[in-house]
Design a protein around this ligand. Structure first.
Ligand SMILES: [Ca+2]
Ligand SMILES: [Ca+2]
Length: 130
């Protein structure tokens, strides 16, 4: 006796309770005058899930962009330590990043601290006064 019914009932349930953006402290240090912050990674999603990244909030969200496919978080323009552009002007930039696979949505607040670095002077062919 043959029956195909059992072959049609195979469903997969999706467990997303543990999904999250993996970042031990959700904070990063970045040297001034650089744009790349970090390539973010997501944990807890189903194996093989296609993660889409987006910036969804944060006081300084307008200053950042994230690559939807790679998760590379970066400043739109490099920041200066002596002239911070963040809210509060304390060189700590706050942004909320979202990872989703279309089913699970996970938001993570990330703090990026811009660190002071040696200042670079670009001279001209003649004598320069600093
Ligand atoms: Ca700040
Ligand atoms: Ca400096």
């Amino acid at each position: 006796m043959l029956s195909g019914a059992g072959m049609l009932a195979k469903n997969f349930t999706r467990s997303s309770a543990a999904a999250g953006i993996s970042s031990a402290s959700a904070s990063f240090d970045v040297a001034e005058r650089t744009t790349d912050v970090s390539i973010l990674t997501a944990s807890g999603f189903d194996p093989g899930a296609v993660i889409i990244w987006a910036i969804v909030g944060g006081a300084d969200s307008a200053l950042f962009e994230v690559n939807p496919a790679t998760g590379l978080l970066r400043f739109r323009t490099a920041q200066s330590f002596v002239a911070p552009a963040d809210v509060g002007a304390n060189n700590v930039y706050d942004v909320v990043v979202r990872a989703t696979d279309g089913t699970s949505v996970n938001d993570q607040t990330v703090a990026i601290t811009v660190l002071d670095g040696p200042d670079v002077f670009t001279g001209t062919a003649g004598n320069d006064v600093l």
